[in-house]
Write a protein that binds this ligand. Structure first.
Ligand SMILES: C[S@@+](CC[C@H](N)C(=O)[O-])C[C@H]1O[C@@H](n2cnc3c(N)ncnc32)[C@H](O)[C@@H]1O
Length: 243
């Protein structure tokens, strides 16, 4: 019988993973851990702090209801999907909000540092809300490759969710949120392959694909497909493509 890894060996593993991440992490960003994940980043002259902790989860929970734009986009005729695959996980705020509504989510993120940070956050969520944490499964992989596993290693989802980075030249009214600034320091070199991702999402979803877009400018047509409907939110919208 396999024995469970000792507490000490899991701590060693944690520091090994942290070291690997630090080697590739942006020089403007530093991480600290206790019962929460603290991100320190310089931008460009001052140092800012950003926490992934219980307060953050409470805030996300308060925002979510049947009437919130994200949940309205997820539900089909008021019914919950069997589960959702979030192909662009990031710091997992959307994943968490969907899971807060009682829906299981597979979170997929290709960037290893972003993935690492979210997993640390999730393991802390598990301490105070185990039900919420167990609704989320995380995968560190390029989503385009992950989609090939759906149908064999993973069942087909009713709904696939995509939140690409907003275009660099997008002029927003409000200042960009701190977590987005941090995320950008980590993933700016990554390419998004948005059209390919959408096509793969379309092929694996039973019912619908949702794309989060900036409120204005960006056209909704993707690979010659038009959204079935759009749901407005503050500063962004959800384009829903029903199959
Ligand atoms: C705008 S962020 C998503 C934010 C997320 N919805 C949240 O609530 O925190 C986009 C994320 O998608 C990831 N991403 C982009 N293309 C991807 C791909 N092909 N496979 C997996 N992750 C991808 C990026 O690394 C980035 O972390």
């Amino acid at each position: 019988m396999k024995s469970r890894p000792s507490y000490q060996s899991s701590i060693i593993k944690f520091y090994q993973r942290l070291d690997t991440c630090k080697k590739i992490i942006s020089p403007t960003l530093n991480l600290q851990y206790d019962n929460r994940v603290k991100l320190l980043f310089s931008n460009p002259s001052s140092i800012k702090e950003f926490f992934l902790d219980e307060n953050r989860v409470d805030k996300l929970k308060k925002e979510i209801s049947k009437k919130s734009p994200l949940i309205r986009a997820i539900l089909s005729k008021n019914k919950r999907p069997n589960f959702v695959i979030d192909l662009t996980g990031g710091f997992g705020f959307d994943t968490i909000q969907i899971a807060c509504y009682g829906i299981n989510v597979i979170y997929v993120e290709k960037n290893p540092v972003v993935f690492f940070i979210f997993n640390e956050f999730l393991s802390r969520i598990g301490v105070y809300d185990i039900k919420l944490a167990t609704r989320i499964k995380t995968i560190n992989m390029d989503s385009i490759l992950f989609c090939d596993l759906v149908g064999t290693k993973f069942p087909y989802p009713d709904t696939v969710y995509i939140d690409p980075m907003f275009p660099e030249n997008y002029k927003r009214k409000a200042k960009e949120k701190k977590y987005m600034q941090v995320l950008k320091t980590l993933i700016k070199l990554d390419d998004q392959k948005e059209e390919e991702l959408f096509e793969r999402a379309y092929s694996i979803s039973n019912k619908k694909i949702i794309i989060k877009r900036p409120a204005k400018i960006t056209p909704s047509v993707i690979n010659a497909r038009y959204p079935t409907y759009k749901i407005k939110a503050r500063g962004h919208r959800f384009d829903v493509y029903v199959k």
